[in-house]
Design a binder for this molecule. Sequence first.
Ligand code: NAI
Length: 462
Amino acid sequence: MSSYDVIVIGAGPGGYVSAIRCAQLGLKTAIVEGRETLGGTCLNVGCIPSKAMLHATEMLHEAEHNFAEMGLKGKAPSVDWKQMLTYKDNVVGQNTGGIEFLMKKNKITWIKGWASIPAAGQVKVGDDVHEAKHIIVASGSEPASLKGVEVDEKTVVTSTGALELGKIPKSLVVIGAGVIGLELGSVYARLGADVTVIEFLDTITPGMDADVVRAFKRTLEKQGLKFIMGAAVQGTEIKNNKATVTYKLRKDDSEHTLQADTVLVATGRKPFTKGLGLEELGVAISERGQIKTDDHYRTNVAGIYAIGDAIDGPMLAHKAEDEGMAVAEGIAGQHPHVNYNVIPGVIYTHPEVGTVGKTEDALKAEGRAIKVGKFSFMGNARAKANFMGDGFVKIIADKETDRILGAAIIGPMAGDLIHEICVAMEFGAAAEDLARTCHAHPTYSEAVREAALACGNGAIHA
Ligand code: NAI
């Protein structure tokens, strides 16, 4: 029996980051992972491979649509699907290999296999039982199932199957207009598939301001995505490698069907805690299957902690990473803090969407006195030169104090630009602080400054 200060269960972004921080703080650490490679859903079948596919298809789109105008002549590239998948797999391999290197560098033992917790202080993997003073559960999440929809990962797929289809589908139905559906839907639209998104609600990406959603939906429609809104999927049927999707329109209860080569089910994820033995141990789990924790990520059973997708909050890799660092620092006797008001959300479509803090709609519903500064990328020279004039930056600030309360960016590099506002918010900045910060010309970031200026005396290039 080997014994450790900390055993982390799950080597996704939450778990491996937590293990590194534990090791850095002098704790003897092991990590348990049952997959062949480290990195969890994010690196193996989520964030990283999907970003490779997004990048490759964005390049294709650029060549097909904008090269000629820039005087770049020649035949548009054709798609070698097998090679595109190889490129994606290579990107994954480099990243998962990198995590393995980091484990070795930090002297963290990788215990290979699936863990269970027979008792507090013990982690069982295969026939071996390991001892640990502290156990951090970072077991992540899995796709939520949908009634009547049977996933075979060939014709009806989750995001995992969508990243390794045998061929590019001619038609794709996406169930759910959330992050996964729109990112992967736009990948296949750029590859020539006829993409229809079926969404239960009347809005895509619920939780964002109406003006952002409107602009976002418009850019997706321009890229060829079709939307059926307010429709509840009843089920799917697979016949001769084709799927039929049945859905009901909520407005009149009428039933319809749609045929497609491939159906992507992207209706959310749920915590993955199967086989850990948490119920038997008496660890409190919420109705939604999330492990209940206090502010220090402690469960109700002493010595067992939980972080990331398996607990409450947005299912985001970076949220899990921050919690992973915080739980490690707490175990080491420090006093860490995760600021949940400043966790950015990014949708990696083209253009990207980045959000942080509260929305205008939510603040108005709270009755807060606010002001909104908005600036269109059409007024940004760099964006126009790069065919990226669609979209805008929106900053929401307190009307009296000018303190930044939230922001949304739809436009070029929005996922990177949003962090300027995150840092400003972390430091409790006013919009004027951003507005008075010199921004290099010509950069996309000038649009952020202009939106901050619009919160005060007005943007210059509007
Ligand atoms: P999601 O929660 O973002 O969106 C699911 C959508 O499906 C919602 O709009 C919902 O109304 C709709 N829906 C639910 N049931 C339906 C039905 N029966 N018929 C039609 N529509 C239905 O979930 P998604 O996209 O699957 O992502 C899962 C998780 O992964 C999310 O928490 C997301 O934050 C995370 N993720 C984050 C990414 C990012 O940060 N860029 C990328 C991919 C995933």
